[in-house]
Write a protein that binds this ligand. Structure first.
Ligand code: BGC
Length: 410
């Protein structure tokens, strides 16, 4: 028997401005990528997918894939190029972009901050500064005033825990700090505050618009049933899943002030207690057995069910804001997609109120420090000509979206 999804289920893909638009030069990521050696193969987002100019044809392809939703981010550094100065031409651009989605009957989920910040903001300390939440609020208010009528669902900030860890612990993202636990703590605290302020500002103007954020659920599994490994995994998971609310107090990110829980889930690792690793809080993380994606991680579709199941107790609607597979083996992607959606379907049957799934991503794009070496897209992009080609996995996803169902299991 066909496995039906709830009526009105959102079938979409997710993307982020810096990864697709091209020519975003007034933000911290642009400055960061100018130094040789930081991006794999010397790649650059200077053109990316040229989506800034090609958004109409890109949305046309989403229509062709029978999508009824799309998650995208708007670029703060375009909208507010200097502090307090708003660029009406860029605002008009995003009105056109969102208007085009509406015209194609594709509901926009808009992310307000997806890893990039304007240079003026970064120069003032970026998210480590106590002034960050207020500065962000001023941009959010303008975005809400100018674009709010076109937005379907709001996503305030993207993956605060990943953002803080990559910028201040692993150094893979700007500002490239290593092991700065204090800054990591500050960044997540300020993002939390920024989220709350943005939530209130959006709700004041659009009380019925769903507002939330995207939390990256990197699954950390105990390497054995030994108590010390279980504790190591729980501690590591706690760091990624919680944000500081007051000195010494932590709160689950998914319990944030929000109308829905946004979950990005791709991969997991095993955790073992290791007394020789004080620099890693005594936790050794390593891959479970399994095929590695281009990102160097294992992605097991079966994990999705547990990730979603753990959210049931919050009693809130859930959107899968990101999920996907980095590979050039499109057959693998197609199987992964079928399997992971099977897990989503099962979780819905077990009582989790999942309202939509946003596959990462529609087209192969700029994967941050890994440049163009990771292929997450349902659509291939020729890097020389920018020609787009829908992959078989894209067609398979379209069939599921059209049927609002998966084929039966027999
Ligand atoms: C980010 C995306 C990124 C994806 C795949 C997520 O953490 O939000 O920007 O492309 O993971 O690595």
């Amino acid at each position: 028997m066909e496995r039906k999804f709830p009526k009105g289920f959102l079938w979409g893909t997710a993307s982020a401005a810096y990864q697709v638009e091209g020519d975003i030069r007034n933000c911290d990521w642009w400055e960061w990528e100018q130094k040789p050696g930081r991006i794999a193969n010397g790649d650059s987002a200077s053109v990316a997918c040229d989506h800034y100019n090609r958004y109409r044809e890109d949305f046309q392809l989403l229509r062709e894939l029978n999508q009824n939703a799309h998650r995208l981010s708007i670029e703060w550094s375009r909208i507010e190029p200097s502090e307090g100065v708003f660029d009406s031409r860029q605002i008009r651009h995003y009105r056109d972009v969102l208007g085009e989605l509406r015209e194609q009957a594709i509901l926009p989920m808009v992310t307000l901050h997806h890893f990039t910040s304007p240079l003026w903001f970064a120069r003032k300390g970026g998210w480590t500064s106590p002034e960050a939440p207020r500065a962000f609020l001023s941009y959010v208010r303008r975005a809400v005033d100018e674009l709010g009528d076109l937005v379907g669902i709001w996503c305030t900030v993207n993956e605060p825990s990943i953002y803080a860890a990559n910028g201040w612990i692993t150094g893979e993202f700007p500002p490239g700090r290593h092991g700065d636990l204090v800054a990591q703590y500050r960044v997540t605290r300020h993002m939390h505050r920024a989220h709350e302020l943005a939530y209130a500002a959006i709700k004041k103007r659009y009380p019925d618009a769903p507002v939330g954020l995207s939390h990256h659920k990197f699954l950390l599994v105990p390497a054995s049933s030994k108590r010390r490994d279980r504790l190591a995994a729980a501690a590591a998971q706690g760091v990624t899943d919680r944000w500081p609310v007051a000195p010494g107090r932590l709160r689950p990110i998914v319990a944030a002030t929000s109308d829905y829980i946004g979950i990005a889930h791709y991969w997991g690792q095993l955790c073992a207690f290791d007394p020789r690793r004080p620099q890693d809080q005594f936790v050794r993380r390593f891959n479970p057995p399994g095929r590695l994606t281009e990102m160097g991680f294992v992605s097991d579709p079966a994990w999705m069910r547990g990730v979603l199941g753990a959210l049931r107790r919050y009693g809130k609607p859930v959107y899968i804001t990101e999920n996907g597979l980095a590979t050039e083996d499109d057959g693998w992607r197609e199987r992964y997609l079928q399997d992971v959606l099977g897990e989503v379907h099962a979780a819905i049957h077990e009582g989790v109120d999942v309202r939509g799934y946003f596959h990462w991503t529609n087209m192969d794009n700029f994967e941050w420090a890994r440049g163009y070496s990771c292929h997450f897209g349902l659509i291939a992009v020729d890097r020389k000509t920018q020609e787009r080609t829908i992959k078989p996995s894209g067609r398979a996803y379209a069939r599921i979206a059209t049927a609002n169902a998966l084929p039966g299991l027999d």
